[in-house]
Design a protein around this ligand. Structure first.
Ligand SMILES: *Cc1c(COP(=O)(O)O)cnc(C)c1O
Length: 394
């Protein structure tokens, strides 16, 4: 018999009852150190006092009004986001997937407005843009698309890192290129800054729109508000979600004016997108994360974590192959099966997440302390030693 909950997830046998900062308490009382942060969602950790206050104050005042009316909390967050980034304008969604869908619609509508038939959207292997029909088509055929065809046409998935393929594909029939500056699900694969700059130049030369998906790598995770800032470039369209809501469902599409010009009244909408609760929390997240001192701390802690991870890899050459990523978005490439490492870490009361390319992802809250980083690494070391012992006795 099918369970009451549709069984689409492989869930670990853990249920958390409360959290503070980087710590989660299981129903049996055990305390887990959270190096997953809801897969990069709880950017400020669990139950951050300023976020609890922002949410409860707003909850006591007003939860929902329709987008038929002005929503001051939404306007305030849009002002914050445009002031802190390349963007001229923002549309709020409830999730990353919805941001992806809007970006795809904007690309179509842009070329429609130009009176040009440009329908090719280039994406890359290992991409993840969400689970809607458009987003799974964008990522290309595989596990996510199996049985869900026919897929939305128009996407061409290029091999990640294949410059020749990119140059061969780029011409004046390309509508847009969509890419994550650092792939999350794809295994913490970083597009080097010089490649992001090269891609920007190719887009400029052909007129193609540059769409960056920073749902996972954005909102301060790399030590800049947005990861593309490291390359000194700006996209035409940027997808944001996960960390921006600090745990409240919130996403956004940020755009330059030119890319958003055809999005006039009636072209898009959302019932819940930009609701007062989400935007009150998002504004507080932005107030904290966009501070230069906060971002500098993320960068410093990220470097410290990288150093400790490198030492861990050196200490366990049979388990780990290397360290990837930037800031507090890190990946451990594994020699053993990555899900075994995740399970061993769980036994050591540390939460981490698997990713493609046999990688274990580390996405601690941006508020994590130096001591907590050291503690997490000690637990990873314990997990690796346990795996090495199992391997030796097998
Ligand atoms: C998680 C994620 C999405 C999808 O976001 P949801 O909020 O789950 O819809 C899209 N792109 C990237 C890069 C992501 O990590």
């Amino acid at each position: 018999m099918i369970p009451a909950l549709m069984p689409t997830y492989n869930r670990a046998p853990l249920s958390f009852v409360s959290g503070t900062g980087a710590w989660l308490t299981e129903a049996d009382g055990r305390r887990f150190l959270d190096f997953a942060a809801g897969i990069g969602v709880n950017a400020l950790g669990h139950a951050h006092p300023a976020l609890v206050r922002a949410l409860t104050e707003q909850a006591g005042r007003l939860w929902h009004v329709s987008n038929l009316y002005r929503i001051p909390e939404q306007e305030a967050l849009a002002d914050r986001l445009t002031a802190a980034s390349f963007a001229d304008t923002v549309f709020f969604t409830n999730s990353g997937t919805e941001a992806t869908e809007l970006a795809l619609k904007m690309v179509r509508r842009f070329w429609h407005g130009e009176g040009r038939e440009r329908h090719r959207i280039l994406t890359f292997t290992g991409a993840f843009h969400g689970r809607s029909t458009g987003a799974i088509a964008a990522a290309g055929p595989g596990k996510m698309t199996d049985g869900f065809g026919p897929l939305m046409p128009g996407f061409e998935v290029l091999e990640w890192g294949d410059h020749d393929a990119l140059h061969a594909a780029m011409d004046e029939t390309v509508a847009a290129v969509m890419v994550e500056p650092i792939q999350g699900e794809g295994g913490i694969r970083t597009m080097p800054p010089e490649c992001l700059r090269g891609l920007r130049e190719l887009c400029d030369a052909t007129g193609a729109l540059m769409v960056l998906d920073e749902v996972q790598c954005g909102t301060g995770r790399t030590g800049r508000l947005f990861a593309h800032e490291w390359a000194g470039i700006a996209p035409d369209i940027l997808l944001v979600a996960k960390g921006i809501g600090g745990g409240f469902p919130l996403g956004a599409v940020l755009a330059q004016e030119r890319a958003a010009t055809p999005m006039v009244a009636g072209t898009h909408g959302s019932t819940y997108g930009g609701n007062p609760l989400g935007c009150a929390v998002g504004a507080k997240v932005m107030e904290i994360v966009a501070e230069p001192d906060f971002l500098a701390e993320v960068e410093r802690k990220g470097a410290a974590m990288e150093e400790q991870l490198s030492a861990l890899v050196a200490a366990h050459p049979a388990i780990f192959a290397g360290v990837r990523g930037k800031g507090l978005m890190r990946g451990l490439a594994c020699k053993v099966t990555n899900t075994d490492v995740v399970a061993a870490a769980r036994d050591a009361e540390l939460l981490v997440v698997p990713a493609a390319d046999n990688v274990v992802r580390l996405l601690p809250p941006l508020t994590i302390s130096d001591d907590e980083i050291t503690e997490g690494l000690a637990r990873l070391d314990k997990a690796a030693s346990a795996l090495a012992e199992q391997g030796a006795s097998a």
